[in-house]
Structure formats: structure tokens, C-alpha cells
Design a protein around this ligand. Structure first.
Ligand code: SF4
Length: 346
């Protein structure tokens, strides 16, 4: 059990309460006070008797909290939040609003070990994994600031399946009806493709969406773009996705960051069509976003449209994710770019 009460599931809180001689049902109140009412002091858990609160505090239990350092608002309405954790490490999260839906893109690591060429986060020094509490608190803090959050995507800084246990714990906390109560079908995990972790994820019995960062169906190109691709070949990833679908019967999304002259030709599109044969898949084409120290350029709108047409003609449902938040460096692949400018002096 973690001394940070925010980092515990209801079942774990029950064990903590039980160990203090309290009734197990109190765990649900503690959870709700922390995740639905944003209480951050043990003394604020007024549903517990003062004596129990004192015991918890005496034993070193606490409720962690992120500090909001800065908030950046893009003219397109996207908001980027810079949070600081108790040890001074910082992460960013993004809020995107469309019509009546609020989607939050959260980070699960400070930095990232996957080495994607098109991503600013990869160029920052890897600091550490986030705890589940620190992952969940990004949603809690943004909901407090902006109102009810409808969707959460794990597409911010870091690779969720490289911080597997804390990511799974955070999903269960965010989803719980006593807390933020965000439905599993409104949660998405994005991974660069770690086969053994996809196998584990298939056994979690979660209805959470899985998105694979594909970028190219050509193994050599993928290796040039993402150093992690040297460790896991496309055949291995495809086999893991097939096993995942056999066990879960769930569709998988494949994301492609569209880079001019690199992965956006008709030939590239046909490669993806071939790779996805036999897989229940949809494709999300993402507009590439520039950041300091990166020479890559975005594909033209015409190229993206043509690419999309080819995939659609082959029966693959395809969408395009347009730039959001690029002026505040809050778009895909840009998280951490503001610090990167300082680190490399641009
Ligand atoms: S794109 Fe994702 S997995 Fe790749 S370096 Fe960036 S944060 Fe890591």
C-alpha cells in the first residue's frame, strides 16, 4: 500500500482503513473525497472520525497534489498545463475542447525512452515514471479548472506501457464511479508498440481503446523514425495485435504522423493497407508539428487527403487529426518543446 492515499485503488484503501480498525465502506468515501471533491489534506476527509484521521497522519499517510506552474491558451482554444510534482519534476498536459466534449491528453512519464525523431519529449532527458496519483491528478486538476472531462488519452509525455503498472492503476482510478467516473470507452492508451506489454494489456479485461503509433509499414523507415523500432519489428507488433484482438475482440487504432517526402507516398499508403490486412483497424493521420532541433516537415494537405483516400478505398476507416495547440507547443509531438528550446539554446 502506498502512503499517498491518492495512489490507492478503493480495494487498497479498504485494506488501509481495515488496518486502522475502521469500517471498510469508509474507503469509498476517502476515494470520493480525493477524486471527486479534490480534497488534498487528510484533515479534509471529514467523513472519517478525527481519531482515524490523526492515526493516518501519524503513520505518514498523505494526499499528493500537483502544482500548476503555468497555463497556456492557444488561439484555437487548446489549453496546455505545466504541472510540477513534489520533487520539482515537471510534466505537461493538454485540454482540447470540441463542441460539448472535453478531451484531456495526459503524460505518464517525465521524458521518454522511446526515441521518436519527430517528438520533442524524446529529446529531453528522461527523468522518471509518474505514479498513478500523478497521472490521475492531471485529469483532476484540469477538471477542477475547466469542468467535466469526457475523454482521456494517454498521448502526452512518455510511453504508457513503459510505465505499465502505474498506467493500469491510473486507468482503474480514473474510471471508478466514486471518482471521476470516466467510462473505459472514453479512455485511450497510445503505445509505440511493445509486444509483451500489449499481451499483458489484453489480459487486463479493460474496455479501454488501444492506439499503436505506426508511422510507417516499412520496417527500415520505422527504425529511422523511432529508435524503439530496432527492438520490436513490425511482424512482432502485428502478431501481438492479432493476439490482442483474439482475446478482446476490440478494434485497434493505428496512428501515422504525416512527414513530407518520408512516409506520405502512395507506396507508403499501400504498405499500410497490406500490413493491416486481417486486422480490425482504423487509421488516424496526424499533422506533423515542428519543434526545435527537428528537420522534418509536415506533409501537404493534398498529400494527406490522397493518402486518406487510398486507405478509405481499401476499406480502412481513416480520420485526420488536425493541428491543435501548435502555437503554445501543445500539439502532438511538441510536449516539452518549450523546455527543449532552453536546453539546446534555440
Ligand atoms: S512519440 Fe510518444 S513514445 Fe515516441 S518519444 Fe514521444 S512521447 Fe515517447
Amino acid at each position: 500500500m502506498d502512503k499517498d492515499l491518492k495512489n490507492n485503488t478503493i480495494e487498497e484503501l479498504e485494506q488501509i482503513v481495515d488496518s486502522f480498525g475502521g469500517k471498510k465502506y469508509l474507503a469509498k468515501y476517502i476515494f470520493s473525497f480525493i477524486h471527486a471533491q479534490d480534497i488534498v489534506e487528510i484533515d479534509g476527509l471529514t467523513t472519517l472520525k478525527k481519531e482515524l484521521r490523526q492515526k493516518l497522519a501519524d503513520e505518514g499517510y498523505f494526499i499528493s497534489k500537483l502544482d500548476l506552474v503555468e497555463k497556456f491558451v492557444d488561439p484555437d482554444g487548446t489549453v496546455k498545463y505545466l504541472f510540477e510534482m513534489a520533487d520539482g519534476v515537471r510534466v505537461e498536459s493538454v485540454l482540447m475542447t470540441s463542441k460539448d466534449r472535453k478531451t484531456v491528453c495526459i503524460s505518464c512519464q517525465a521524458g521518454c525512452r522511446m526515441g521518436c525523431d519527430f517528438c520533442a519529449t524524446a529529446k529531453l532527458r528522461f527523468r522518471r515514471n509518474l505514479t498513478a496519483a500523478e497521472i490521475v491528478d492531471q485529469v483532476n486538476m484540469i477538471a477542477k479548472d475547466a469542468g467535466t472531462v469526457n475523454n482521456v488519452v494517454y498521448m502526452g509525455m512518455g510511453e504508457p506501457l513503459d510505465n505499465y503498472d502505474e498506467t493500469m492503476r491510473s486507468l482503474r482510478i480514473i474510471n471508478h464511479h466514486a471518482g471521476k467516473n470516466i467510462g473505459q470507452r472514453h479512455l485511450t492508451i497510445s503505445t509505440c508498440g511493445i509486444p509483451e506489454a500489449i499481451d499483458r494489456f489484453a489480459d487486463e479485461k479493460l474496455q479501454v481503446h488501444l492506439s499503436i503509433s505506426l508511422h510507417s509499414a516499412d520496417q527500415n523507415k520505422r527504425e529511422k523514425l523511432m529508435s524503439v523500432a530496432n527492438r520490436h519489428g513490425l511482424d512482432e507488433i502485428k502478431a501481438a495485435v492479432k493476439r490482442y484482438q483474439q482475446r478482446t475482440n476490440r478494434r485497434v487504432m493505428f496512428a501515422c504522423c504525416m512527414i513530407a517526402g518520408f512516409n506520405d507516398s502512395d507506396h507508403d499508403a499501400r504498405g499500410i493497407i497490406k500490413l493491416l490486412t486481417g486486422i480490425n483497424a482504423n487509421v488516424n493521420l496526424i499533422e506533423f508539428n515542428e519543434h526545435p532541433g527537428c528537420e522534418l516537415a509536415a506533409s501537404s494537405n493534398d498529400r494527406v487527403a490522397r493518402f486518406m483516400d487510398l486507405l478509405m478505398q481499401a476499406g480502412i476507416e481513416t480520420t485526420v487529426r488536425y493541428k491543435k495547440g501548435s502555437k503554445i507547443k501543445g500539439a502532438c509531438g511538441q510536449l516539452g518543446a518549450a523546455w527543449l528550446e532552453k536546453e539546446i539554446g534555440k
